[in-house]
Design a protein around this ligand. Structure first.
Ligand code: HPA
Length: 358
């Protein structure tokens, strides 16, 4: 493979001139730059990023460790992170913890060993000592979506409390009285916050949340199915179920249908997180939508500020209720927020990049 010395020889300039020409340094004459670019093209030269990292002590690489790559929420988040990072000149290495603490540690350790410039983390295991250790060692870290209480790094997340209160008002307004929740793991902030928000909203209306109406899930579809089955086996089953993520909602929908029951005729169903196919289920599912793309972008910007030695503030954006048919409302069905296509930096002249959500 051609090296920088081969390019210099081919172009008839010094190695330093090649380096300056490729970095856009103004001291290189247009003629010399053109010779360098011609030599680069002729030899198929690729700059050695590893050598550059050793020189600059920067890899221009961010780590992103998410808890479940198969959960469409985290997939959308990863897409936005990757796009914003690219716009700011960074690549992203993604680690999928798959909701397994040991995998989270594996990814965090591997990414730190690879000398990423900073880490975005949505913790599966809030108790892992690797996280406070990395913070103490000065690694720039930003939490996104989930966070670890007591670890002093910026958090970029959505606040769903207002939207959960709207959902509870919506359910009660439609006549539902026995409201249940399928919760995520209490050890995760998203798991505990959603139950707390649901309970607080019910309390505002003088409605209790009995223990039997709290199903313990793990953010995976199978746990949603099992929790819904247990609800349906109760002597007095709930008449509305709120699943704390989209996968558990789909599991619950399966379980309800498997009993020959209908949504919303026999039981209402709502989900945290809006996903593109919630308009295509029968009925379309009422959901709490997070500004996922904005969260991903804001998290990258905060991390890059942190890498630059600044102390960015935490960012909290509101989630909102999207009413469809699964709780008994009629009326028009709102489309989910579909992520805009990724704009190519040099669009083909005959390609129109249409942003569906300007
Ligand atoms: N788990 C599952 N789905 C989610 C989460 C989470 O922590 N946050 C947003 N959607």
């Amino acid at each position: 493979m051609a090296g920088i010395k081969d390019v210099a020889a081919e172009a008839g300039v010094s190695v330093a001139t090649v380096s300056r020409a490729l970095n856009g340094h103004p001291s290189v004459s247009p003629a010399a730059r053109a010779r360098v670019l011609a030599a680069v093209a002729a030899l198929g030269y690729r700059p050695n990023a590893v050598a550059r990292s050793l020189r600059t002590d920067q890899t221009r690489t961010l780590g992103l460790v998410i808890s479940d790559v198969l959960n469409p929420y985290f997939t959308s988040l990863a897409r936005a992170v990757e796009e914003e990072a690219r716009a700011l000149g960074y690549s992203v290495i993604i680690g999928n913890a798959d909701e397994r603490p040991e995998l989270q540690d594996h990814h965090v350790r591997t990414l730190l060993d690879r000398r990423i410039d900073g880490l975005l983390l949505s913790p599966t295991d809030p108790g892992s000592p690797l996280i406070p250790d990395a913070v103490r060692a000065g690694t720039p870290i930003v939490f996104v979506d989930r966070w670890v209480p007591g670890v002093q790094v910026p958090v970029v997340r959505a606040d769903g409390r207002g939207a959960v209160a709207d959902l509870v008002g919506h359910l009660l307004g439609l006549g539902h009285r026995r409201l249940a929740i399928i919760a995520g793991p209490a050890a995760t902030t998203t798991g505990s916050e959603r139950v707390d928000a649901f309970r607080a909203a019910l309390r505002e209306h003088g409605v209790a949340l009995p223990d039997a109406y709290i199903g313990q899930g793990d953010f995976q579809a199978e746990s949603g199915r099992r929790a819904a089955e247990r609800f349906l086996d109760l002597p007095e089953p709930p008449d509305a179920v709120f699943a704390a993520d989209n996968l558990m909602a789909l599991g619950a929908l399966d379980a309800i249908r498997a009993r020959g029951l209908t949504v919303p005729g026999d039981i209402a169903l709502a989900a945290f997180d809006d996903i593109p196919w919630f308009v295509h289920t029968d009925p379309p599912i009422t959901a709490i939508a997070q500004p996922t793309e904005e969260l991903g972008r804001a998290a990258v910007r905060a991390l890059v500020e942190r890498i630059g030695g600044h102390s960015p503030d935490s960012v909290t954006l509101p989630a909102r209720l999207v009413v469809r048919r699964s709780c008994g409302a009629s009326g028009p069905v709102e489309e989910p927020h579909t992520a805009a296509p990724i704009a190519h930096p040099h669009p083909h002249p005959h390609t129109t990049v249409r942003r569906s959500n300007p």
